[in-house]
Design a protein around this ligand. Sequence first.
Ligand code: HEM
Length: 403
Amino acid sequence: MALASRVGTARVFGRVLLPTLAKGVIVRRPGVLAFEQRVQADEAAIRTVAALRAEHGPGPVRLRVPGRSVALVVSVEDVVRLLDETPEVFAPATAEKRAALRHFQPHGSLATRGAGRRERRRFNEEALRPENADWERAVRDEVDLLVRHARSTGVLTWDAFSQAWWRVARRIVFGNGARGDEELTAELGALRADANWAYLRPRREGLRRRFEERVRGHAERGEAGGLAHGRAVEDVVEQAPHWLFAFDAAGIVSMRALAVGAAGDEPGSVSVLESARLWPTTPVILRESTRETSWHGEVLPAGTTFVVFAPYFHRAHGDSYRPDLWPQGAPGVVPFSGGPAVCPGRDLVLASAGLAVEVLREQLVFRKRLREPLPATLDHFALELEVATPEDVMPRAHAGRGD
Ligand code: HEM
């Protein structure tokens, strides 16, 4: 029977789930990520899942959690089934996710069940089409400034990249008028830090209301060029917090793609996908069954929480940079999830982050790239990508003029 022993369960908690939680599920914690990079925590996590699979077969492997049914998915075919049968059989809005998301997006599609979810999901699918925002202008303007900054300092740091990327995100979501609204990002950041604690922190109603009013202000402007343009204000107020939040992941994935360096002349979108395979920003995908389900001859009760640890499935395709895997991808490689609840922002991310990566690669000469095998845990906060400065590029011209 695919039931983990007490020791096996303790290992899954100690090496897979707690380290993932500690890193921060909603907003990453720099100190913890630095530590986990030092010990390469994801390596141990992947090994733990592999050992369970070897011991128990295709699973899902039930964990011994008092009073709850929790199962770790260990087969590619089960990942595919879980995502394909979402949301009817497997609800994305698990108790944990709702507890986390209520801090800053209590009405978000991902936190909603039933008929309400259908409408909110449809709204997101429509609103997030790339043609609804002038992402190209936003990316080109902000990356241009970033390139100048990196050339003058000789380094592209996460801090500089992330400031530029947040300006891109605010412009894509709300138009140019939101470009400089750093308070919007800061308030969201504080709420996300609370969301990391899910049930364990009370909701800060005052801050959440202030943030919501700020979002409403931008939604009411409805500026052309932003996703909020032409949409009902209430719908934007409910869903846009997720959009802003999720652009952070797109920035992280882009910065890591730059650190890896291009292998050939693949499009930026392919590098973004591959970066998200190597270091998925949603490392744990959760689903809760709405009815009894049968798996490899074993029945699991309704209300079972299914846990997919994505790095285990992603790294089955190796620890090197594999642009050849994309754009088609491979079964079980699910950085944007999959099936009917696939990330509705995927195309917009691939367009905007893909362009940012492409332009930065064109405009900057990166001196180093990460060595293969690529590390299982990569702390993006600490990335400092050295770039050639104008003096490096043209030393002879100066010398020739006798300076
Ligand atoms: C690299 C960037 C991104 C990655 C890797 C990513 C990945 C994902 C994943 C894995 C999910 C499923 C979560 C789950 O089932 O619990 C998801 C859901 C979602 N994403 Fe993204 N995402 C990214 C960026 C974005 C952006 C920029 C937006 C919006 C502008 C967005 C909008 C959404 C929404 C609305 C959902 C919820 C869908 C639902 O309720 O069915 N995402 N994303």
